[in-house]
Design a protein around this ligand. Structure first.
Ligand code: GDP
Length: 304
């Protein structure tokens, strides 16, 4: 229900475009496919993924000889779902971490303003509700505001936070956080890191140092490198995904602010293009407005 609401703008915009794309046409022909291509690209699915989807539909047109435009919705929905399923395998309904890994360490990356702190706060809330003992680490030490904001979320959720002064070494904060988490027998650690995209080498060095130092405490940490992207920025989100995946091994994505945008298509394009699963989506500013990404629900809310 919240998902439907969260994606309302994407959905209405997409549908009005789709309706125009097939207006006056009974059969899916080259013109309809061209229009559809435009619809997908303008919905921020991205060029490469759009072409992939169009190709798949072309194949079906060729196979079935005749494809009515009234069937296009259903076919598009099937193809998008199967595309998402290629990357988004596994858990897609609950906030859970593997019971065999303790503490489970999530390193969160992303540029300022994308909703990184909010996402960490919402995640902490969900994990705590699920019965996990959660510890936060404020290793985005570049801005005082980042540390303060995370403290506010820690207080709101009611979980401990490890922090140092602004400007301190992010790796040192990460180290302290893991030590504290181990001594408290915590289940989940969420570490806020690198809020700025300086040059690629700088980012790479900073993140790999944080990882290296973490591994002195928890050998196989981090277990998840979660990149937070602002879904409402469309092509910017693609660009950030490109830079972060080049700088470090990103293992999952959180796409935020899908509630206020018509650009929900980024979710499809980004997970396809970077072959990284979307784990969470943000659909509002409230503490509960984070969902585990469910590919089928996502496609359904797009098309229903
Ligand atoms: P950070 O700089 O990346 O840590 O960004 P913040 O977490 O401080 O978020 C920036 C702004 O985006 C805040 O006003 C948040 O309330 C807002 N925000 C974060 N996630 C969402 C979301 O899913 N939907 C909406 N509408 N706003 C969001």
């Amino acid at each position: 229900e919240t998902l439907d609401k969260g994606l309302e703008i994407t959905k209405t915009t997409f549908f009005s475009k789709l309706t125009k794309a097939v207006a006056g046409k009974s059969k899916v022909d080259d013109e309809v496919l061209d229009n559809l291509e435009e619809v997908l690209i303008s919905s921020d699915v991205g060029v490469a993924t759009t072409l992939k989807i169009i190709e798949r539909i072309e194949k079906r047109v060729a196979q079935d000889k005749y494809l009515g435009t009234e069937e296009l919705n259903e076919i598009l929905r099937e193809e998008i779902a199967s595309l998402l399923a290629e990357t988004n395998t596994g858990n897609d309904s609950e906030f859970i971490v593997p019971s065999t890994t303790k503490p489970y360490v999530i390193m969160v990356v992303g540029v300022n303003g994308v909703g990184k702190t909010t996402t960490i706060g919402k995640l902490a809330h969900q994990f705590k509700n699920a019965g996990y003992k959660v510890v936060l680490g404020a290793a985005d030490t570049f801005r005082a505001a980042a540390i303060d904001q995370l403290q506010i979320w820690a207080d709101r959720v009611g979980v401990p936070i490890v922090k140092q002064q602004m400007g301190s070494d992010p790796a040192s904060v990460a180290f302290d956080t893991l030590q504290s988490a181990v001594s408290q027998n915590a289940d989940v650690v969420i570490i806020d890191t690198a809020g700025r995209l300086h040059n690629k080498l700088g980012l790479m060095n900073e993140l790999s140092k944080v990882k290296r130092v973490m591994q002195k405490v928890v050998e196989d940490a981090p277990h998840d490198v979660l990149l937070v992207l602002d879904g409402s920025t469309g092509q910017n989100a693609f660009e950030q995904a490109k830079q972060f995946t080049a700088a470090t091994e990103v293992t999952s994505l959180a796409v935020t602010k899908l509630d206020g945008t018509a650009k929900g298509g980024v979710v499809i394009g980004i997970s396809d293009q970077f072959q990284v699963p979307v784990k969470y989506i943000g659909v509002g500013e409230g503490i509960k407005d984070l969902q585990v990404f469910n590919k089928f629900e996502f496609v359904d809310s797009f098309f229903n």
